[in-house]
Design a protein around this ligand. Sequence first.
Ligand SMILES: [Zn+2]
Length: 201
Amino acid sequence: MRVTKATVRRACAVCERTLLQGEYTIRFSPDGVEFVDVCPLCQDFALDYGWVREGGPISPTLSAHARKKRPRWAQFLGVGNGDPQPVVPEPVLRRLSDSEAALVEAADLFNASLFRRTVEGVARALGAPLVSIVPLSGVNSELVLTFAWEITWYQYRVLPEAGQPIRLADRGADISEIEGAFTDWNAGLDESGRVVPNVAR
Ligand SMILES: [Zn+2]
């Protein structure tokens, strides 16, 4: 059934431009799992973001590259290059409630992820986004991080316990598409492009 495939609207994952029928695209994976289409004009941006190119003969270089660009717990604990810093200094963190601390942790995880570059890239073009961090009800302490501009939005799942804690969950081209549950804008980007929940300001 190729009918569905032909009618799906494809867009460049970086500039969000609708791709023309038959237009040449390069497949990249922002998270190493899902692949997205990137138009030729944006492929340098995708590489800048640290996205993985599909089928590229780049695995060894790329993993070295990704390792450097993907600070994990070592960096949070100050073992790595120290960037990014936690958004909240330790004494402030101790004063926060559990639910506030969960927002801070989600922000720290996002700030340490490659996806931060995507958001920074869009923010350079469109200005500061509206940002929300919403814990989902349930036992697995999952949160949803939403970044919205008038003409584009990105939504990420944050799974603090997962090996790969940040996943791109959804995105769209109109802020009005975002569910109401995620439009209580309770966070923002600071001057260095990090997500900071309002509780931490
Ligand atoms: Zn593009």
